[in-house]
Design a protein around this ligand. Sequence first.
Ligand SMILES: *Cc1c(COP(=O)(O)O)cnc(C)c1O
Length: 388
Amino acid sequence: MENHVMNTYSRYDLTFVSGSGVWLKDIKGDEYMDFVSGIAVNCLGHAAPQIVETISKQAAALMHVSNLYWNDRQIELANRLSAASGMDRVFFCNSGTEANETALKIARRYGKDKGGAEKCRIICMKDSFHGRSMGALSVTGQEKYRENFRPLLGEIYDAEFNNLASVESLMDNNVCAVIVEPVQGESGILPADPGFLKGLRDLCDKHDAVLIFDEVQCGMGRSGKLFAYQKTGVTPDICTAAKALGAGFPIGAAMANDRVSEHFVPGDHGSTFGGNPLACACGITVMKELIDNDLLANVNEMSEYLFGRLNGLAEKYDKIKLVRGVGLLVGVMMADGFKTPVINKAIEHKLLLAGAGNEVVRFLPPLNVTKEEIDIAVDRFEAAVKEL
Ligand SMILES: *Cc1c(COP(=O)(O)O)cnc(C)c1O
């Protein structure tokens, strides 16, 4: 087939045409169990009836008006996110990257207002992932992504994740922000120690810096709470979300407390599509499912079950080193050299899994996954491990 798509991904040779719940059908008619969920996006599964209905109804009513005007869907989603997160204000955009760009701009603006031009330093973590735009890339602590695109943003410093002393040694009154994922996702599903996050909170308070939590992957229920920080007792100044926020429809959000968001004024930031009624209607439906219909309870119950089954495999097979993560954000660390082979074997067994970092395989089922579905997935994974 003629193909003019730009060569930015190394892809599996699979072409999907339809889906339902945790199942996907490819162009040949083969059915796959999807434990990738579009990289933690399709939180309600494929073709979720609530989302299909939301999109149909909202598209028939109003899709887009721009931010020259108000729309009721945007206000309702902002209010729901604010009530559930404790953040005061929400800026809507279209992706995780844009949400993080927003956070970085709020932080630079805050720094300028509070400490002048010098207060512009941003501390990020090694092995983090915050997106591919020049700003988000600048705070992504992985040289393999950054090296070919310098010069990037200036005044960015890399600290060690889960090592408070390394952050402290970079901290002074010229720091305007610290950005961290409460659970590092892309680099291997590594949760931050609550003590580390608490230490970051104290350092930011001491030096009047903005604490940014990137919850693009671990947020929106995947951890078992709406946001992973709600498990730790530490509250950031800015929290970013995207991926699962629209259950498959593109939307991102940067949420902030009044102390920092009041430094943003009209003219400072914007987005043509951001907060359009269609995207926000999807976000409202996701919030209703997670909170009003207590989908979070299913995340916690299924998390325990999935961890139990995977830990059982870890005891049985040397090729599985350990299982870690939170909620339904689960990483299986394989012995050296077995990550890619096991993902490929799993595809032969019609199970989709995603890699993370050098040796971790990610299990990211939809948040409404059932025990029976987990059993099928884990049995297929075991069959793949056996054949390595
Ligand atoms: C996926 C991801 C991003 C980037 O989100 P996009 O929607 O791809 O722009 C940023 N941060 C984290 C933690 C992510 O997992």
